[in-house]
Design a protein around this ligand. Structure first.
Ligand code: B12
Ligand code: SF4
Length: 538
């Protein structure tokens, strides 16, 4: 190991590295980022927060491997390396650990995957489990007592009202499609497959309005304008506390002449709270991601997602459109209670709801979830080497497979129905809803329904990105015979609805470039899965 100073109370050089994501991912939106001249979707908010939690006498540098290569000089000069991330980054984190060992660098890891599966990362010098606010002080204290190595974990979930402002100054905004902020952690619901509630708990913790506004001020002072994503697990998890925060956000945005527009993730019952929706529209929320999971009520009950069954889903989605907020949704195939031919209602639901960004994937049993515990008891888990863990006591790990999208690497268990049938249903769904025609139809339907009250006026930097995006998207749409006429037709229709709706429709058409590329890759991967399952039936 390199000569790590005996105490963290000095001026150390810390290199924070965001490991690469796999390139095949429904969620990476790299095509959309490239269209506006950016390189990746979102900056590493976790590492920016970690930088703010470490001693501020240190000097920090963040390298995002999704944006550019590792800076060899920064690696050489660093006293220590901090890295971490989520499951699809596992191979990238392990590569960094291996290199650090060869080069004799001290490396600390943290984030969702090292928290869920710390045993995979034992080669790192320090594995910092859970939220940094709780575990980083434990690590630093242990280091002061001469023991910087090992596993560090706080007993309690930290109070997020003490979280410092993330070090937004360590990244270049030009590299990203949007930036992230976080106002709360945790979710009160209890979906069987969810690891959020295991990682962040069921009692949502919310930042104070003043604390949150200070984060926006920092972004504003650093010159950032445009799209800000709230990376909350469920933005409306604690409605009592989020409403004052939203009110403060509305006031701040008005006083600053609406420099930002927002997006977030929330549960579907957002649609049932008109006051909240009004506040969100006023604050300039434009996009929300909803975990809809399935249009089948029995399946929703089976997976403990009753909140989605209270009112018809399509009506709720349309209520959200009525408040100027576009909906993206997560949908899952592979539940035990799915009926044969799930693809038929799934495709119908996606088209009828107009949800353009419908992320349909296979059910995945993530480590440390109720689903995984049940499947383990039922002796149904299959590990990453396709080994069926018939012994209920066997240790279950999820190794990320770089060549496979997370949405496809699911069904890591013995299925109730024939797995080939399930793969085919997903294949049919993706093939149907991502044809240019189906995608464009959804866009225009939603564009018509959305009642946006736009107050945001882009600054020069945003305008340059938008113009660049506009020309890149139109060039690609017009040069492809499959999309040319649909693009012209949709552009004309949207333009007749006014500039705000045109901008929305055009942004969504830009997203087609991403989905089109992903669909091709996913269909090939699904064919491989079907082939494998047909030849390896137990
Ligand atoms: C925003 C978000 C995204 C964004 C942006 C990601 C980005 N570039 O940062 C987008 C939409 C792109 C995204 C995509 C995906 N995501 Co995501 N995402 C989130 C979300 C909602 C918030 C992440 C965040 O910004 N948190 C705020 C920061 C402050 O928290 P943090 O990163 O956890 O960091 C804290 C600690 O973990 C710790 N820490 C973190 N790193 C380190 C490092 C060190 C050294 C130390 C000491 C501590 C430490 O300290 C920090 C402060 O407390 C989380 C849910 C969640 N709450 O984690 C899911 C989550 C991380 N995503 C998840 C998944 C699965 C995905 C996808 C694979 C989805 C999919 N099905 O395809 C994709 C993959 C992305 C890709 N490009 O390939 C899972 C990960 C599961 C796991 N166990 O690893 C989560 C937990 C949600 C879930 N359960 O589904 N995601
Ligand atoms: S609503 Fe979302 S975050 Fe909450 S428990 Fe269900 S899946 Fe998890």
């Amino acid at each position: 190991m390199n000569h790590l100073p005996l105490s963290p109370d000095g001026t150390l050089r810390c290199l924070l590295i965001q490991p690469r994501f796999e390139s095949t991912n429904f969620w990476n939106f790299v095509e959309s980022a490239h269209a506006i001249g950016a390189k990746a979707t979102a900056p590493p908010l976790g590492l920016m927060t970690v930088a703010a939690l470490l001693p501020q006498e240190w000097t920090f540098e963040i390298v995002d491997l999704n944006v550019g290569p590792l800076d060899e000089r920064a690696w050489e000069q660093a006293d220590l390396i901090c890295t971490g991330g989520m499951l699809p980054q596992q191979p990238g984190i392990l590569d960094l650990i291996a290199r650090a060992r060869v080069d004799g660098k001290f490396i600390a890891v943290g984030g969702p995957d090292p928290t869920s599966q710390p045993q995979i990362y034992t080669e790192a010098n320090a594995v910092i489990v859970g939220e940094g606010e709780g575990s980083i002080p434990l690590w630093l204290d242990s280091w002061r007592f001469g023991a910087p190595e090992g596993r560090f974990e706080a007993a309690e979930k930290p109070d997020v009202t003490q979280t410092p402002i993330p070090r937004f100054d360590l990244i270049s905004f030009d590299n990203y499609l949007h930036v992230g902020v976080q106002s709360s952690r945790g979710c009160p619901y209890n979906c069987e497959f969810c690891d959020i509630i295991e990682l962040f708990g069921r009692r949502p913790r919310v930042k104070t309005p003043d604390q949150f506004v200070a984060e926006l001020n920092r972004l504003y002072e650093l010159g950032y304008r445009g799209w800000v994503d709230f990376t909350d697990d469920n933005f409306i998890g604690n409605r009592k506390l989020i409403k004052p925060l939203l009110q403060a956000l509305c006031d701040w945005n008005r006083e600053h002449n609406y420099p930002f527009i927002f997006s977030t993730e929330a549960s579907l019952n957002l649609a049932d709270d008109t006051e909240l929706l009004e506040l969100m529209r006023e604050a300039q929320f434009r996009y929300v991601f909803l975990g809809i999971e399935s249009p089948d009520e029995e399946t929703l009950i089976h997976t403990q997602k009753r909140i989605n069954t209270v009112h018809p889903i399509i009506d709720r989605v349309r209520t959200i459109y009525d408040h100027g907020i576009s909906v993206a949704a997560g949908l899952i195939i592979g539940f035990d209670s799915d009926k044969p031919n799930t693809d038929v209602p799934m495709i119908r639901f996606i088209q009828e709801s107009g949800i353009t960004l419908s992320m349909v994937g296979l059910l995945s049993a993530l480590p440390n979830t109720q689903l995984t515990r049940r499947l383990s008891k039922e002796r149904r888990l299959i590990d990453s080497n396709h080994r069926w863990l018939k012994d209920g006591a066997a240790v279950y790990e999820l190794r990320s497979n770089e060549s496979k999208d997370q949405t496809l690497s699911g069904l890591n268990f013995v299925t109730v129905r024939d797995r080939v049938e399930i793969y085919r249903e997903l294949r049919n769904t993706i093939a149907a809803v991502y044809t240019p025609k189906a995608f464009m139809d959804r866009i225009i339907d939603t564009t018509r329904r959305l009642k946006i009250r736009n107050k945001h006026v882009p600054n020069g930097w945003e305008l340059r990105r938008m113009i660049r995006g506009f020309f890149n998207v139109s060039r690609r749409m017009l040069s492809d015979r499959r999309t040319r006429w649909l693009y012209l037709k949709n552009s004309f229709k949207a333009a007749m609805m006014g500039p705000t709706k045109f901008e929305y429709a055009h942004t969504m058409m830009g997203a087609f470039l991403h989905f089109d590329a992903q669909t091709g890759k996913m269909l090939v991967a699904l064919d491989e899965s079907i082939n494998f399952a047909e030849n390896h039936a137990e």
